[in-house]
Design a protein around this ligand. Structure first.
Ligand code: PLP
Length: 417
């Protein structure tokens, strides 16, 4: 469900013609729908409302400040993974007690900053990290609340790069390490052990892996309860999949219906960390055809967006639906084509073997680009990063300016050696 729809062969975002926005703001351009973002957030909130969960939007999916502000003002917390994301959370005035902090490599500086701000929970990913947080909390004369990230060793049918709940991955701790920490709790006098956390991966379209993971983490909670240890929080992470092509992902309500029976009656606050589910289909990447290049082997539609703007196809072989912004009635020669950018890598493609009826100068739209799109973009090939625009009804808001060449070199120095 999203508010990018064709009417009379013309793509609209909410009430605005996308072609008008593309002409006004130029390309490549990330375009987001306010209504899609907020409705997706509301859907998760409603589906789990009986438990009144804290929904910590995962900043990494799309960290634009306006998007964060919209969600925080709607009651979201934030799931962060770096000092930079904490900085963003502070800029949008996210209350500290709505922030949870994962990452396997939190540095001392980052830990101190988060302690200073008074975040709700560190999601601790290893014993050395726990030791470090304890030491720093002691030096600051503070008592810090943490959840331990449990790696439930669950496989899920998603790309291997975005599986995080298998024991071969760097994330979280196995059951024995978790038990060891509980049994040696007296060593950590500056930490309160408040909860457990799992996050098994991303773009998971079935409920079943989540159910297996939740059952495993619940077993640990039950064992602890037998020893008189009651935790305040269970964080079941993010990972809900969305439609990119033919997927049939569960709705928020289907997911809740399957998961809630496992959680009801338990005496803790539930935390969720959705990212992709909220913003994935709320964003598109608009690009313009620069050239159509025919070779003896195939046709290349060369566009002004590239792997530096959207790396998912190059990195994961991810599929994104690509369509003309304005569907032409006049059919000229259609040919299977690769849609590629100007970057000097053969991996620089947005789509392969697509049949598109386009000419030089036409606009194309890459759907499902709202999550891990702009936030994973780079300046590779010294390409300034795209503009970001948000539509609400029939209004457009520029929420990030296009970078200039000057921005590219701002931090560099030409040193005479
Ligand atoms: N929580 C953690 C700890 C993550 O690492 C991620 C993404 O990698 C998320 C939540 C968000 O995942 P998704 O965007 O698939 O919902």
């Amino acid at each position: 469900m999203h508010y990018f729809q064709y009417r009379n062969n013309e793509l609209y975002c909410e009430k605005k013609k996308v072609i008008d926005i593309a002409k006004e703001f130029g390309t490549p351009l990330y375009l987001y729908s306010y209504r899609t973002i907020t409705e997706h957030f509301d859907k998760i909130k409603r589906a789990f409302s009986c438990l009144d969960p804290l929904i910590c939007y995962s900043v990494k999916a799309n960290s634009n400040l306006t998007i964060l502000k919209i969600l925080v003002e709607r009651g979201a917390g934030l799931d962060i993974v770096s000092g930079g994301e904490l900085f963003r959370a502070r800029l949008v005035k996210c209350p500290p007690k709505r922030i949870v902090y994962a990452s396997v490599g939190k540095t001392e500086k980052e830990i101190k900053e988060a302690i200073d701000y008074g975040i709700l929970l560190f999601n601790v990913e290893s014993l050395p990290e726990l030791v470090r947080i304890n030491k720093l909390a002691k030096s600051l004369n503070k008592k810090v609340d943490v959840a331990l990230r449990f790696n439930p060793d669950i496989s899920s049918s998603t790309h291997r790069y975005i599986v995080t709940g298998k024991k071969e991955t760097k994330f979280g701790m196995d059951i024995d390490s978790i038990k060891h920490i509980f049994s040696s709790w007296d060593n950590y006098s500056s930490i309160n052990l408040k909860g457990l956390h799992i996050h098994i991966g991303s773009q998971i379209t079935q409920a079943e892996p989540f159910i297996r993971a939740i059952k495993r983490v619940k077993n640990i909670m039950d064992e602890l309860a037998k020893d008189g240890i009651y935790l305040d929080y269970l964080n079941i992470g993010g990972g809900l999949g969305i439609v990119y092509s033919e997927e049939k992902p569960q709705s928020a309500q289907d997911f809740a219906d399957k998961v809630l029976p496992l959680l009801k009656g338990m005496n803790f606050k539930l935390i969720l960390e959705p990212g992709r589910f909220i913003v994935g289909n709320a964003g598109i990447l608009v690009t313009k055809v620069i050239y159509i290049k025919d070779t003896p082997i195939k046709r290349f539609i060369i566009v002004d967006a590239a792997m530096n703007d959207l790396i998912r196809p190059a990195l994961y072989g991810a599929f994104h639906r690509i369509e003309p912004l304005r569907k032409r009635a006049d059919v000229f020669e259609k040919k299977l084509s690769d849609i590629v950018g100007p970057v000097c890598e053969s991996g620089d493609f947005l789509g392969k073997d697509r049949e598109l009826n386009v000419k030089e100068g036409d606009y194309l739209v890459v759907f499902g680009a709202g999550a891990y799109g702009f936030s994973m973009s780079s300046n590779y090939n010294s390409r300034p990063r795209a503009r970001e625009v948000l539509v609400k009804g029939n209004r457009t808001y520029l929420i990030r300016e296009r970078e200039t060449y000057q921005d590219l070199v701002r931090k560099e120095r030409i040193v005479s050696i």
